[in-house]
Write a new protein. Structure first.
Length: 240
């Protein structure tokens, strides 16, 4: 039996998505459980971790309630990982397992131990450096953010680090994970990815239609604020 716990982050109000996740995982021999997601749409106010003033100053607009709920849900999963002191596979609830999924898990957990967090999916293609080849899979370091946080494995020591840095929520979860200079957790990936999310539909449906790239004077002001933060903050958002 693999030394691994598996949790599927899922909203209680999304039974169809839960059924889809259950159907996918029933194809495996793995034990797993749902982790009730934080429903951002039900938040009555911003949580203490969320620094609205800082986000507006450095991002240019507030995160939405569902983006915050998504971040808090993953933080809840990290806390479960740390509490049980066990490597944890964290899923969001819209994924397709590819035929080599279980074999990939077996190889990762028995043949490769020098890792903190390993990505099992991506939305975007990226170039990479190969860290290690194990049979038919490659452990790699991506050159750019491949986007998404639907499936990844994390160790307790890495979960502890992310929890500490998540005391200050300042960007969407998937960007935070890839922001290694901030939290210091090395993000690796396994290719070919064993989880497909190309048809995934996000439950974050409250992003304003007019959230377009910041331009003009607003962009200049944001750039200035970021420089000031980098130079003078004890904990800069964009460390050098």
């Amino acid at each position: 039996m693999l030394n691994l716990q598996i949790v599927v982050i899922s909203l209680l109000r999304s039974p169809l998505r839960r059924e889809k996740a259950r159907s996918e995982l029933s194809k495996t021999s793995l034990n797993w459980s749902f982790l009730d997601a934080v429903d951002g749409s039900q938040l009555q106010s911003f949580p203490p971790e969320y620094n609205s003033r800082k986000v507006r100053r450095l991002l240019g607009f507030d995160m939405t309630q569902n983006e915050i709920g998504c971040f808090l849900s993953h933080k809840k999963a990290w806390q479960t990982c740390l509490k049980n002191n066990q490597p944890t596979l964290i899923f969001e609830d819209d994924f397709i397992l590819l035929p080599h999924f279980e074999k990939t898990l077996q190889l990762l957990l028995t043949e490769f131990h020098d890792w903190q967090l390993i990505r099992l999916q991506a939305l975007a293609k990226t170039q990479h450096d190969i860290v290690k080849i194990i049979g038919e899979i490659s452990i790699v370091k991506n050159h750019a953010d491949p986007l998404g946080a639907t499936a990844y494995i994390i160790k307790p020591e890495a979960a502890k680090i992310l929890i500490e840095h998540a005391k200050d929520i300042y960007e969407p979860l998937d960007h935070f994970l890839e922001h290694e200079k901030k939290h210091g957790v090395e993000i690796l990936a396994v290719k070919p990815y064993p989880v497909d999310i190309s048809k995934a539909q996000s439950t974050i449906s409250d992003r304003p239609d007019d959230r377009k790239p910041i331009k003009g004077i607003r962009k200049k002001i944001r750039s200035f604020n970021r420089v000031v933060d980098r130079v003078f903050s004890n904990d800069p958002w964009f460390p050098k």
